[in-house]
Ligand binder design. Structure first.
Ligand code: N01
Length: 556
């Protein structure tokens, strides 16, 4: 079979192509180039480094993990030098941090920005990836390493008539660099996930009128952001090694250690005391550091859900609006819990309305606004529409790259029923492809910078091992991949989460197969598995088509 890429002019040859220049791409470039000694070309569609923090510039965009935790741990010097100004840094500060990392580790010279990968094809004859870009470049590389991100492929809007709207349309995931002034404008926000919940209070404070179109109410809890106290900063910096160690020993990669086993094993008073304390602490304390059975026992979960609904009712003045904002159709934490500042109070403004899309769905977008149908169908005249519709999570960024593996197998067809991977990091039939924080790894359930570092460090070990033995290609066996899929399903089987429609299961994107997109066994278990695989000589992998070690591959 003739490989279509053979005839093409080769412009660049590298050991590795790294996709993306966000947290994952920057660290992968640093480690592979400066520690493993590979020649690396990083490629990013954005005009600057930063990944999601480059694109998501909407007002209110803010990290919802404390920045002292949501940051790289690999360089003690970087940790000591960098000063976070707020407990939960805003998007501009996180972007400055990643720009600083790119400069400090001299990464920019190997990053090609403003360039989108249009295809990546495995050439079996040469044991190389052939990567093409929209700039017409081709890069030939032994390894293709995706740091394309988990929540980076924005969901396409599918509203009839959107193109006919004569006002402005914005997406939270692609916000204009110069900002947007909504003063005097009639604005709509569609979507009440984490992005919508962050942007709504800001638009509400500025616009002449805001209409929020809500399909599913969410359990938002306070972030409790504030300036970093110098003494707190000093303590964090003095204790960083221990802090990072505690984080890596925690299910979600956060230095939390207050979680008790069961909400049902304590009295109602004690439970509410704990929920109130975690509510006051802010961040993810309430969801991740209260009671473990909130994630798998519907009765335990209902206690936390009712606590949050009571808070919403206290904060929203109009009882009918409060009830619409109270989620009742899914368990707490089965959609990613958003964190907020002043979200519920925004609905107490006379200039803010809430439309329940379950009762009156959007019929179409007209030249002048949004038309809803149903019992209270109406025309909502608008100057601007803000789409906060979410992402084609985890698989979307990889599938949009046009990846073709051995024998012309496309990743899209290999994953037609959902992702199939080994450790969420490699795919059978796709030699030398590595997916940092890929589907079926802890990824979105693991503090992202630490998840990235774990994957890249493991990968560096694996590549060094291969290179020392003159091995050209590595991929998982079909059996190892199959067993990992079974294990991923098994660890999630007791959880409430798979039963809710959300981006965790792919059910937010029409036509996407419903499948678990992350590994829910927790970071410590996952880290142990990856370490075991390496210690056993990379069990489950094929090196140049030959099993790397005896045994079928990782399970627990
Ligand atoms: O996306 P989402 P997001 N008609 O999918 C609605 C991370 N993040 O961008 O729930 C009407 O959560 C949809 O309704 P429903 C974080 O991990 C992090 O807000 O499908 N509505 C939902 O309300 C987060 O979880 C941070 O019924 C439609 C909303 O749009 C993830 O990104 C900040 C619709 C989408 O919510 C995604 O959050 C922001 C339609 N056709 C995001 N389609 C920080 O850490 C969708 N919706 C700072």
């Amino acid at each position: 079979m003739t490989n279509p890429v053979d005839a093409a002019a080769v412009e660049l040859e590298r050991d590795a192509v790294v996709v993306g220049a966000g947290f994952a791409g920057l660290y992968a470039l640093h480690v592979l180039r400066d520690r493993v000694g590979l020649s690396v070309q990083a490629i990013d569609q954005a005009g600057g480094v930063g990944g999601v923090w480059y694109w998501n510039r909407y007002p209110g965009a803010r990290c919802d993990i404390e920045s002292c935790n949501y940051s790289y741990s690999f360089s003690a010097e970087l940790q000591q030098e960098w000063q976070w100004s707020e407990r939960f840094a805003g998007q501009p500060e996180i972007l400055r941090y990643l720009e600083h990392v790119a400069d400090r580790f001299d990464l920019r010279r190997d990053i090609r920005l403003g360039t989108r990968i249009t295809s990546a094809t495995w050439d079996s004859g040469r044991a190389r990836w052939v990567v093409t870009t929209d700039a017409g470049d081709r890069v030939i590389a032994r390894y293709l390493i995706s740091g394309a991100g988990t929540l980076s492929a924005a969901k396409e809007p599918a509203f009839d008539g959107l193109d006919s709207f004569e006002g402005q349309v914005y997406s939270t995931a692609r916000w204009p660099h110069d900002g947007v002034d909504f003063t005097g404008k009639r604005v709509a926000v569609i979507g009440t996930g984490a992005s919508g919940i962050q942007v709504i209070p800001h638009i509400a404070a500025q616009a002449a009128h805001l209409t929020v179109f809500q399909r599913t109410a969410n359990y938002a809890t306070p972030i409790h952001n504030g300036p970093m106290d110098p003494e707190f900063t000093r303590l964090i910096k003095a204790g960083y090694p221990g802090l990072r160690g505690r984080s890596r020993d925690n299910f979600g990669g956060l230095p939390y250690d207050l979680q008790a086993p069961s909400a049902l094993a304590v009295t109602q008073d004690e439970r509410r005391r704990v929920y109130q304390e975690r509510w006051d602490q802010g961040g993810f304390r309430l969801s991740l550091d209260s009671y473990a059975d909130v994630f798998f026992d519907a009765t335990a979960n209902a206690t936390a859900a009712e606590f949050i609904r009571d808070k919403i009712r206290e904060r929203v003045t109009d009882p009918a609006t409060a009830e619409l904002l109270c989620p009742t159709d899914h368990a707490y934490g089965t959609k990613r819990p958003p964190l907020e500042t002043g979200y519920y109070e925004a609905y107490n403004r006379e200039t803010v309305d809430l439309v329940d899309l379950r009762a009156c769905p959007i019929e179409r977008i007209t030249a002048t606004g949004i038309r809803t149908t149903g019992v209270q169908g109406a025309d909502h005249p608008l100057d601007a529409i803000v789409l906060a519709l979410g992402f084609d999570a985890l698989t979307g960024p990889l599938l949009r790259m046009g990846i073709q593996g051995r024998d012309g197998l496309s990743l899209r067809s290999h994953w037609s029923q959902g992702p199939r991977t080994y450790l969420g990091l490699m795919v059978h039939g796709f030699p030398n492809l590595f997916t940092i924080t890929g589907p079926q790894s802890p990824s979105v359930f693991y503090n992202h910078p630490l998840a990235v570092e774990d994957h890249v460090d493991w990968l560096a070990g694996c590549l060094s091992h291969q290179r020392a033995r003159g091995i050209d290609s590595v991929e998982p066996s079909a059996e190892a991949e199959h067993r990992w899929g079974e294990h991923t399903d098994e660890v999630a089987s007791g959880l409430l989460l798979p039963h809710t429609d959300s981006w965790y299961t792919g059910s937010n994107v029409p036509g996407k197969p419903r499948a678990l997109l992350a590994y829910f066994g927790g970071a410590p278990a996952y880290r142990r598995i990856c370490a075991d695989v390496a210690e056993r000589g990379y069990q489950g992998l094929l090196f140049d088509g030959v099993p790397a070690a005896d045994g079928p591959g990782a399970t627990v």
